[in-house]
Ligand binder design. Structure first.
Ligand code: ATP
Length: 221
């Protein structure tokens, strides 16, 4: 419990997103550390807009209101670069001009100044996802699942306060999808991070623990 009397976690209070005068979504939720809130809804219902609002980079064409806080810290007015929110997308979006290690070092906070220390952290992050020895590899030579694991560790090294996942498993085939999902969920749980997950797949929401909000139902009818 925080000094302001609130429970730890990501609080979404009376979030509302509008587009051209129409309310796309309204929601309130608490996502506790290590828990996952799954957001589902038809195409165009505003799932990505919600993640963008939580991350602090919503296109100004949308009008949004509501309070976002994490562990009692109000994030609503905080700029994207200071929110410390980790994002994973459908595509792992690894930088093609950097090695796997370069991608991981990109995620590390500059406050960890010693180069050897930074490298050790990146190497350990690779070991943690069974990619030992991949530091100097070109990301283009990695499989989809390996790229997803590097993207996850780049995010984790940036010491996020919470994670936003926008269909990060949808391009992986079934087995790999299951494996990658389990890995991401267990890493987030052990780090005590709240997750907001956007997906179209019931298997994802079941694996995430079944805490689901469905948005945009009226607009799909
Ligand atoms: N920059 C923009 N300018 C105007 N309209 C936009 C913009 N970005 C998205 N939209 C519209 O806002 C609505 C919500 O879009 P959003 O991408 O959040 O939906 P979504 O639920 O994530 O869809 P999908 O499941 O297809 O990814 C849609 O009607 C979309 O066309």
């Amino acid at each position: 419990m925080k000094p302001d009397g609130k429970t730890d976690g990501l609080h979404l209070e009376a979030i509302s997103i509008r587009l051209h005068g129409r309310t796309l979504l309204s929601l309130s939720a608490l996502v506790r550390p290590g828990d996952i809130l799954t957001v589902m809804g038809p195409s165009g219902s505003g799932k990505s807009a919600l993640l963008a609002y939580l991350g602090g980079f919503l296109d100004p064409v949308f009008k949004a209101s509501g309070r976002i806080s994490i562990d009692g810290l109000d994030l609503t007015g905080i700029a994207v670069e200071h929110r410390r929110c980790g994002m994973l997308f459908q595509d792992p979006l690894l930088f093609p001009h950097l090695s796997v290690g370069g991608n991981l070092l990109f995620g590390l906070t500059p406050s960890i100044a010693r180069r050897d220390q930074r490298r050790r952290m990146a190497e350990q992050a690779l070991i943690d996802v069974e990619l030992e020895g991949f530091f100097d590899r070109d990301p283009a030579t990695l499989s989809g699942g390996q790229k997803a694991r590097v993207a996850l560790q780049r995010v984790m090294l940036s010491a996020p306060r919470f994670l936003l996942l926008d269909e990060p498993f949808s391009k992986l085939d079934t087995d790999l999808r299951q494996q990658t999902r389990a890995l991401i969920f267990s890493r987030a749980k052990s780090a005590g991070l709240p997750i907001v997950l956007v997906t179209h797949d019931r298997a994802d929401s079941d694996a995430a623990g079944g805490n689901v909000v469905v948005i945009g139902e009226e607009s799909s009818r």
